[in-house]
Design a protein around this ligand. Structure first.
Ligand SMILES: [Mg+2]
Length: 318
């Protein structure tokens, strides 16, 4: 089963009890309808599992904590929401019951919490004999209504809030280091010793900076690029029932990143959005919206291939 099929099964079981603000479970976050005033609250949740979503053979625990929160903040940003705060739950295995490891994990999340003013409201702890599990639920506020994946109109331009492909390029550098065998050199010292482009790619992987929701002020549709531009742009095109024409991506490539990294790498957490051509936008223009369906580049269809947790697990099992 793929992620999308599992979501359908869950949706079927809840039927009419899926909240209207959940947008059919198809957007980056859900809206809790406003009680008073013009602000809506947005909620999102993400779970990360050691060995599936993060690999401590590649980087210190601090970055696992940072990345776990980054995914959530990015989903809030994708709806145009500014963080209000978050709660988290940890299922901790015995090797992690060590003061310094837990402190490192928490420090990583705290770095981003401070950067984006997303305070911790609480959480829960349990023990497990399996891998470490970190589940985060984050809340955000949006002026008016959230920006959704549906809303792009023919004639709009397509934008990215920042470069893409860096996280995949960084992962390649991290894997090379791992293949070279255990090193006594501390991670930070190694990172500082790298050429600028490679260090920047590694940082894009271990400390991705989620897109700023402020860039979506005049956006007609938005989402975050978490699974790769190819699959995510296809999701936006499908939700908006339009065709996205990608221009040359050269200007949107992160240092050390290839086109392949940008299209199929994922975990960049930049915002992908559309806006009317008259709008003043702070971003990288990567294409335009036309009538039709799918994502196209230079006359060829860009297939929706990218990251799927369960496809990867099946692959590992074989
Ligand atoms: Mg998302």
């Amino acid at each position: 089963m793929k992620e999308a099929e599992i979501v359908e099964v869950i949706k079927g079981a809840f039927g009419s009890l899926v909240a209207p603000g959940a947008y059919e479970l198809a957007d980056d976050a859900a809206m809790i309808p406003p009680v008073i005033g013009h602000r809506a609250r947005v909620v999102t949740t993400d779970v990360v599992v050691e060995g599936v979503d993060f690999d401590l053979g590649l980087y210190p625990a601090m970055y696992a904590g940072y990345r776990a929160l980054a995914q959530n903040i990015s989903d809030l940003s994708a709806m145009g929401a500014f963080p209000v705060g978050f709660v988290w739950s940890l299922a901790i295995p015995p090797p992690w019951l060590e003061r310094e490891r837990i402190a490192e994990l928490a420090r990583g999340a705290a770095v981003l919490a401070k950067l984006r003013m997303a305070p911790l409201f609480g959480g829960d702890l349990s023990a497990t004999s399996g891998p470490l599990v970190v589940s985060i639920t984050a809340f955000g506020d949006v002026e008016g209504v959230p920006i959704r994946r549906a809303g792009a109109r023919p004639g709009d331009f397509l934008w990215l809030s920042g470069p893409v492909g860096g996280a995949a390029a960084g992962l390649r550098v991290l894997r090379e280091r791992q293949r070279a065998g255990p090193s006594p050199e501390p991670f930070e010292a190694w990172l500082r010793s790298l050429p600028d482009a490679l260090a920047s790619a590694v940082r894009a992987h271990v400390m991705p900076l989620p897109g700023d929701p402020a860039v979506l002020a005049s956006a007609s549709a938005a989402m975050d690029v978490s699974d790769g531009l190819a699959i995510d742009a296809n999701r936006l095109a499908a939700a908006s029932r339009v065709r996205l024409e990608l221009e040359d991506l050269d200007s949107a490539l992160a240092p050390a990143a290839t086109h392949e990294d940008a299209l199929h790498g994922g975990e960049d957490y930049a915002l992908l959005f559309t806006a009317p051509p008259s709008a003043r936008v702070d971003g990288l223009r990567v294409g335009r919206v036309v009538e039709g369906e799918g994502v196209w580049q230079r006359g060829a269809r860009v297939e929706a291939a990218g990251h799927d947790h369960f496809a990867r697990l099946l692959h590992l099992a074989h």
